[in-house]
Design a protein around this ligand. Structure first.
Ligand code: ACO
Length: 204
């Protein structure tokens, strides 16, 4: 029941559930588990470094059964790019050899992400929107105001750290998430037609 759901800071015991939710929402918001041979590789890019390096900006939703959603943020994307490169991606690369160029599988694409790391956008707006985030809720938690609640928990943590704004990227194949962000007050920073939007939110 809804009353059993709590929003709390991330704890290290949540790691496997966070990786699982990452995979189960990775197909433009829908379950991608059947699309990957390696169930961990996406989490290594989009979840692991966030909770390992910036746990104070990670929040989860927990039901009586399990963790059903999260928001993972970093206050300073440029600093995170450098720290995740040095202390996360460089350690994983030997375990995920770069696939051949001809390998177009999703697993191969995800392994290339491990090699690309998490570079900060080279954009004039980065100073105003230095933070970034990922938010994912399992279907049973969606549409109940919990996405907004997670975002507000992250806003409070970012404001306490005096962060002026946050950006995020959303794929063109995920108009629902785009509409959610727009409803919350995000505005467009960049758009690559047919591929993705970059949106920003002012915290001051
Ligand atoms: N269109 C218009 N308004 C919307 C939409 C929509 N598609 N979705 C939500 N809203 C509005 C709600 O009506 C609500 O309005 P109110 O607070 O004024 O009453 C508000 O947005 C908050 O809605 P929530 O119920 O909190 O939204 P939800 O909990 O479903 O979270 C989210 C939205 C995060 C997109 C969730 O559905 C989800 O995790 N989907 C699957 C994974 C995903 O797509 N993640 C985003 C990937 S991109 C990234 O992480 C940067």
């Amino acid at each position: 029941p809804e009353t059993d759901l709590i929003l709390r800071p991330y704890a290290s015991r949540d790691l496997a559930a966070v990786y699982d939710i990452c995979l189960r929402t990775a197909d433009a918001g829908a379950d991608a588990a059947h699309l990957y041979t390696d169930p961990w590789v996406l989490g290594h890019r989009y979840a692991g470094p966030y909770v390992a390096l910036e746990p104070d900006f990670a929040f989860v939703l927990e039901s009586s059964e399990r963790v059903v959603g999260y928001v993972l943020g970093v206050p300073d994307s440029a600093r995170f790019a450098a720290e995740s490169q040095a202390n996360w991606f460089s350690l994983l690369r030997p375990l995920y050899p770069l696939p051949t160029e001809t390998d177009k599988s999703l697993d191969a694409q995800a392994r290339r992400l491990i090699h690309a790391g998490c570079p900060a956008p080279d954009a004039p707006w980065l100073e105003q929107y230095p933070a970034h985030l990922h938010i994912d809720l399992l279907p049973q938690a969606q549409g109940r105001g919990l996405g907004r609640a997670l975002m507000e928990a992250l806003w409070a943590a970012l404001r306490a750290a005096d962060v002026p704004g946050v950006h995020l990227g959303v794929g063109a194949g995920n108009p629902r998430a785009h509409a959610f962000y727009t409803h919350l007050g995000f505005t467009e920073l960049e758009k690559v037609e047919g591929r993705f939007w970059t949106l920003g939110y002012d915290l001051r």
